[in-house]
Design a protein around this ligand. Structure first.
Ligand code: NAP
Length: 300
């Protein structure tokens, strides 16, 4: 699989990664099969968060399950770039104070049963902690070896730059939502910032949480333009003889920021199918036609 560098961290991971938001309620054997399938396919970045499980199996549940998968075969740890996130006491408040972040990271280490988290991300920006203090907390975690690298998620570019002013090149990644249905990081400067400083973009919900997947039936609360996006993706998919999902993933993968695309499926066969997206080269007119369908407007 195509490898992507993660900023100055020295870490590299496959362009497709495995996301653990929905990694819940599985028998251990299914959980192991999912992680093994992902790693075997080259999806070496495994992204989780301390809050995954909140509202269902409970805060920390996805990390606990991943910890069990690692314990069952410790060699798996060496095959992955282990990424998690902290900073939310669900559903709110957000907390990136020095004390909270350090304790949250230590709790994640304990649930995962590992000595170090490769990439620790602030899940959402805390509006009440000075950026200097957030940077200080991350510096302490780096210095103690509890984390190998630091990133953010759902930050505006201004927030990212403010933290970067204190953390410098040690801020190696950001994690925005990006898909054919959600174009914000193309337009708000996030993907430009990544290219400007050489940081990695870890993209969440590349299939818009399944709404761009094959067979999805639009619901009344879906954006009206979803049907137009489906039509654009389906037209291109028919031309390439591939599925709608694969074109939707190819659309994200083709961006020059070279994102790491976090897949949410909990179905091994769908993980495998997703790798076909790496082989698809969309033409410039086709790529822009997806933007036009999503915006509901022709390019200016
Ligand atoms: N930083 C953040 O705030 C944030 C927020 C959300 C997510 N994330 C990260 O992003 C990851 C991915 O998010 P996501 O789960 O919303 O991703 P997604 O890939 O956009 O959506 C996955 C969903 O689509 C469904 N699906 C239906 N048909 C599919 C097909 N043909 N191929 C693939 N999936 C299909 C999956 O169901 P099946 O399981 O039945 O296949 C699953 O429910 C998360 O696990 C997490 O790591 C981060």
């Amino acid at each position: 699989m195509r490898q992507v560098g993660i900023g100055t961290s020295g870490l590299r991971a496959g362009a497709l990664g495995f996301g653990c938001w929905r990694f819940l309620g599985h028998e251990l054997s299914h959980a192991e099969n999912l992680v093994e399938t992902a790693l075997d396919l080259g999806m070496t970045l495994i992204d989780t968060a301390d809050i995954y499980g909140f509202g269902g199996d409970g805060f920390g549940a996805a990390e606990v399950l991943l910890g069990k998968v690692l314990k069952a075969d410790p060699a798996r740890r060496t095959r992955m770039v282990l990424a998690t996130k902290g900073g939310i006491i669900p559903p709110a408040p957000y907390n990136s104070s020095r004390k909270y972040l350090i304790e949250a990271c230590e709790a994640s280490l304990a649930r995962l049963g590992v000595e170090q988290i490769d990439l620790y991300q602030i899940h959402r920006p805390d509006l009440l902690t000075p950026w200097e203090e957030v940077a200080d907390a991350l510096e302490m975690l780096l210095a103690d070896g509890k984390i190998g690298a630091a990133g953010v998620s759902n930050f505006s570019v201004a927030q990212t730059r403010a933290l970067q002013a204190h953390l410098g090149p040690k801020l190696v990644s950001t994690q925005p939502e990006f898909s054919a249905l959600h174009l914000a990081p193309l337009e708000d400067g996030t993907l430009d910032w990544c290219q400007e400083v050489g940081a990695a973009a870890l993209v969440w919900s590349p299939l818009a949480g399944g709404r761009l997947a094959d067979g999805y039936r639009p619901q009344p609360d879906d954006p009206e333009r979803l049907v137009d996006v489906h039509q654009a993706l389906d037209r291109i998919a028919a031309g390439h003889g591939v599925s709608r999902s694969e074109v939707a993933l190819a659309f994200v993968l083709m961006h020059p920021a070279q994102p790491i695309v976090l897949l949410g499926t909990q179905t091994p066969a769908r993980l495998k199918a997703a790798t076909r997206a790496l082989e698809i080269q969309l033409s410039r007119p086709d790529w822009y036609s997806i933007i036009e369908a999503s915006r509901g407007a022709a390019m200016p």
